[in-house]
Design a protein around this ligand. Structure first.
Ligand code: NDP
Ligand code: ZN
Length: 350
């Protein structure tokens, strides 16, 4: 009963193409959403191409979803038809463990259900994401989009925004801290804006001279060209935090060397083994820490939307016709996106 137009990958090398999926009838706590916009995250590409292993096909990616409520289940209390809402990276969790009870559903002890490529906890079907006309989601995993945010450029807050906001908040980053953001892509450029709004002094580490002027325009105080060993050496011991959004294995050692004593290197991008090996001496002699962080919980996802509305932060987006999604992925692989593709879902209906 395929009732919804979508775009899916059917194998790791198929690319994405039009594909029809089934969206369920509303359960009591469900919200049905007509999708207007969906951001294109590097995780979509990793999953389509099975970079992390375990992808379940067909994959309908997309976890930066914005749209309007078209119907609600009988038990829904927070949303009504017509509301502008968002769905991020999760659509369910056990809801009863200590992590869920603390609003940290992403760390659910039973494993949270991802927006795409997860298993629905009721019927075991594979979950499908936002490269589609509609989605049906339990209201606990829906957030409200503040009225003064432009919906298209707010979409990436649902993943790129929360993934950078959550660790910065967790580590209490603020005034007086020096923060380096590694990689100026979707996550990185949001990391700069959010860290600045939290009061930190922010440096972007990029491979690209061409991004220097834009990094400054987005609020970065300084830029370091990460491929220049002299610039990397000159930054020795300078930073309290590094927020690492680089999507592939890379040498952490030159970056660790840039941390002050007690500095923390926060991985959000790297989900494969760290290669080459980390020199333990770089950690031990300065009490440095390597940490990781996964998206953010539902209360914090609402918080970052409200924070962005208050500080007038949106994503720099390039609007995308879904029929050009495969070209967009190729550009993303080259780091050639300014700074997030957002699919206009009207193009799926044409
Ligand atoms: P983008 O492709 O938008 O940006 C990544 C940036 O990293 C690029 O723009 C580039 O910046 C830099 N980069 C890319 N390739 C290399 C390379 N080979 N060596 C060094 N630098 C490189 O990706 P996103 O921002 O969407 O995602 C970043 C990572 O974060 C992905 O791996 C994604 O899966 C992950 N992620 C993790 C989440 C979590 O919860 N932890 C949530 C969402 C995403 P520049 O050109 O400036 O060097
Ligand atoms: Zn993402």
């Amino acid at each position: 009963m395929a009732n919804t137009k979508a775009y899916a990958a059917t194998s790791a090398d198929s690319g994405l193409a039009a594909y029809a999926i089934d969206r369920r009838e509303l359960r009591a706590d469900d919200v049905a959403i007509e999708i207007d916009y969906c951001g294109v995250c590097h995780s979509d590409l990793h999953t389509v191409e099975n970079d992390w292993g375990g992808s379940k096909y067909p994959v309908v990616p997309g976890h930066e979803i914005i749209g309007r409520v078209t119907a609600v289940g009988s038990g829904v209390t927070h949303y009504k038809e017509g509301d502008m809402v968002g769905v991020g990276c999760m659509v369910d969790s056990c809801r009863t463990c200590s992590a869920c009870e603390s609003g940290l559903e992403q760390y659910c002890l039973d494993g949270s259900t991802m927006t795409y490529g997860g298993f629905d906890r009721h019927d075991g079907s594979i979950t499908h994401g936002g490269y589609s006309e509609r989605i049906v989601v339990s209201e606990r995993f829906v957030v409200r989009i503040p009225e003064n945010l432009d919906p298209a450029s707010a979409a990436p807050i649902l993943c790129a925004g929360i993934t950078t906001y959550s660790p910065l908040k967790h580590f209490n980053v603020g005034k007086g801290h020096k923060v380096g953001v590694l990689g100026m892509g979707g996550l990185g450029h949001m990391g700069v804006k959010i860290a600045k709004a939290l009061g930190a002094e922010v440096t972007i580490f990029t491979r690209s001279e061409a991004k220097v002027a834009e990094a400054k325009k987005q609020g970065a105080d300084h830029v370091i060209i990460s491929t220049d060993p002299e610039q990397m050496k000159a930054a020795k011991g300078s930073f309290d935090y590094l927020l690492d959004t680089i999507p592939v294995a890379h040498d952490l050692n030159p970056y660790l060397n840039c941390l002050s004593y007690d500095g923390t290197h926060i991985l959000v991008g790297l989900l494969t083994p760290i290669e080459p090996a980390v020199q333990a001496g770089l950690l031990v002699t300065k009490r440095r820490v390597i940490a990781g962080s996964l998206i953010g919980g539902m209360p914090e996802t609402q918080e970052v939307l409200d924070f962005c509305a208050e500080h007038d932060i949106t994503c720099d987006v390039e609007m995308l016709d879904i029929r050009h999604i495969n070209e967009a992925y190729e550009r993303m692989k080259k780091g050639d996106v300014k700074y997030r593709f957002v699919i206009d879902m009207k193009t799926l209906k044409d």
